[in-house]
Design a binder for this molecule. Structure first.
Ligand SMILES: Cc1cc2nc3c(=O)[nH]c(=O)nc-3n(C[C@H](O)[C@H](O)[C@H](O)COP(=O)(O)OP(=O)(O)OC[C@H]3O[C@@H](n4cnc5c(N)ncnc54)[C@H](O)[C@@H]3O)c2cc1C
Length: 255
């Protein structure tokens, strides 16, 4: 099937893009490699999403994905490996299992956790390495654990683990891992998940897709939304805003 718009990523940016595209009468497909919601799924409490005084990231993601499903928008679960431009308004999106053709593309792949250094991975040995305290913390009830990192994500992981573990060590990137720690929780920031797109759009030196507030990339017909774009503020509302702007730009391109 030839789609009008394929949206890569079902985080808040991608889901919002899909709502705008479908309501504009476009034939749209979302492709998501993991689960809908993206990074926010693991957040315990979100308090800056308008209309919800406080809500868990999982509930917020579920609500938005239900809205998308109710509109009849299909989500394909697979990882996008590349996007190729065949001609004007004709792109091929390749995944592990499939190839899709579409007239335009919105890349909304967000960011993924930065991996532990080689030295610390070696140091961790057979101990578990986790990138999500909310997902795996409960496995270490009354046991010592270590959090690697010093930013906001690390603070969030530490306060979560303090209610579960017997002790929570905090160390920095490349510090030795305490001998008695049973698991290593990594919280050293995020990197844009854009490797698969470096042939089709221009990236900056950190790997973010270069685009202004209009969400238009270096490749006509390919748009970008959310945390994977060069921008100053990476938050839920700015991801949602990008979703709307990128879709409006795609519609203008199509029409
Ligand atoms: C712990 C934590 C707490 C946070 N708390 C808040 C908060 O309280 N308030 C706030 O405003 N912001 C918060 N943020 C930031 C917020 O989560 C992000 O700004 C926002 O979720 C970005 O949305 P996005 O759609 O751009 O990207 P993401 O949420 O990263 O979604 C991208 C999606 O694309 C998918 N994907 C990636 N690559 C591919 C591929 N090749 N093929 C197919 N799919 C792919 C991913 O699986 C993912 O589902 C928090 C972030 C974290 C990590």
């Amino acid at each position: 099937m030839d789609y009008d718009i394929i949206i890569i990523g079902a985080g808040i940016a991608g889901l919002t893009s899909a709502i705008y595209a479908k309501r504009a009468g476009k034939n749209v497909l979302i492709i998501e490699s993991k689960i809908p919601g993206g990074q926010i799924v693991n957040a315990i409490g979100v308090e800056n999403w308008p209309g919800e005084a406080t809500i868990s990231g999982a509930d917020l993601s579920e609500k938005i994905h239900q809205q998308v499903a109710k509109l009849g928008i299909k989500t394909e679960y697979d990882e996008v490996l590349s996007v190729e431009k065949n001609s004007e308004k004709n792109f091929t999106v390749k995944t592990h299992d499939n190839e899709f053709t579409t007239k335009s593309v919105i890349i909304a792949v967000g960011a993924e956790p930065r991996k532990l250094s080689e030295k610390q991975t070696k140091d961790a040995g057979k101990r578990a390495i986790s990138y999500c305290a909310t997902c795996d913390g409960a496995l270490y009830q009354d046991q010592p654990v270590v959090v690697v990192g010093s930013g906001n994500t690390a603070k969030h992981e530490i306060s979560y683990l303090e209610n579960i573990a017997s002790k929570v060590y905090q160390i920095h990137h490349d510090d030795p891992i305490p001998e008695d720690a049973k698991a290593v929780f990594v919280a050293i920031g995020h990197v844009p998940a854009t490797k698969a797109f470096k042939e089709i759009v221009d990236l900056d030196e950190k790997g973010y897709i270069i685009a202004g507030e209009d969400c238009i990339t270096s490749c006509p017909g390919v748009f970008v939304a959310g945390d994977c774009r060069t921008k100053g503020v990476r938050q839920l509302v700015t991801a949602a805003a990008d979703g709307a702007v990128a879709t409006e730009a795609a519609i203008k391109y199509l029409d």
